[in-house]
Design a binder for this molecule. Structure first.
Ligand code: G3P
Ligand code: MG
Length: 253
């Protein structure tokens, strides 16, 4: 069996930082997650038009800033002029888009673990993103505190070319777990499987766990609705509001 980094996953991971309480994917959201007691955060990374890796989910800045541009059309000075906090709440006005390097420094300073999702939006290069983002993350965080995940098989393959399984934990992101999930994981020597909890079946979940892979489920915000899936052996819940789960996830032996 391949050796992977000795990653100890928590039961709860803050999705895009503590995105129920602070603007998603910002430094403020990561600080809020840390204050709330989270030990791991999930964040999305992609490239600006000038090649700078930034922490951002959408292909445009419309939903989460006071601007409208596509990320691919922005350079760093223009991206920095955007207010990325005011849309969420007045107290976050003045928040600026985080570069990956600023975010990595904060994650490291707070002692957090990071699930970095390589977000390959339509028309963008997977290889360029991986070459910028993955070495940067490996430079700052120890392998025990990093999982790089993606829906893009191409991005995962590029990441695997950069570092072996013992140094870089990869997570394969699925919506529903496909029939060939195991071949896809074995081909890339992935560490973990990440799936949409609303598409999870008991059979799929148990197959992943019995094969020895951690199973991370996104994005669960209702503990009562999620209880069923938790009972199937899910390793970690990725939630916008992890505090809502306090006391709702029974311990496992
Ligand atoms: O990494 C889990 C989850 O974040 C994947 O979906 O769209 O929220 O990035 P999305
Ligand atoms: Mg994500």
């Amino acid at each position: 069996a391949t050796s992977h980094p000795a990653i100890s996953l928590p039961r709860l991971i803050a999705h895009r930082g503590l995105s129920a309480r602070a603007p998603e994917n910002t430094l403020a959201a990561v600080r809020a997650a840390h204050r709330a007691g989270c030990t791991w955060v999930e964040l999305d990374v992609q490239l600006l038009g000038d090649g700078t890796p930034v922490v951002w989910h959408d292909a445009t800045v419309k939903r989460c800033s006071d601007g409208r541009a596509r990320l691919a059309d922005l350079d760093l000075p223009r991206a920095r002029r955007l207010d990325v906090g005011g849309w969420f709440g007045d107290e976050f006005r003045g928040e600026r888009m985080a570069t990956l390097s600023e975010m990595l420094a904060l994650v490291d300073a707070l002692g957090l673990g990071l699930n970095l999702e390589l977000k390959v939006n339509r028309g963008r290069s997977a290889a360029a993103l991986v070459e910028e983002a993955v070495p940067a993350a490996l430079d700052v965080l120890s392998p025990e505190r990093l999982i790089v995940s993606s829906f893009s098989g191409e991005a995962l393959a590029c990441a695997r070319d950069l570092a072996p399984a013992a140094r870089l934990a990869l997570g394969v992101l699925f919506e529903g777990i496909p029939d060939d999930w195991r071949q896809r994981c074995e081909a890339l020597d992935t560490f973990s499987v990440h799936a949409d909890w609303t598409r999870l079946s008991g059979r799929g979940a148990r197959a992943v766990r019995e094969a020895g892979y951690p199973l991370l489920c996104y994005t669960a915000n209702d503990p009562a609705a999620f209880a069923h899936q938790w009972a199937w052996g899910v390793t970690s819940v990725i939630s916008d509001d992890p505090a809502r789960f306090a006391g709702h996830l029974p311990d496992r032996e």
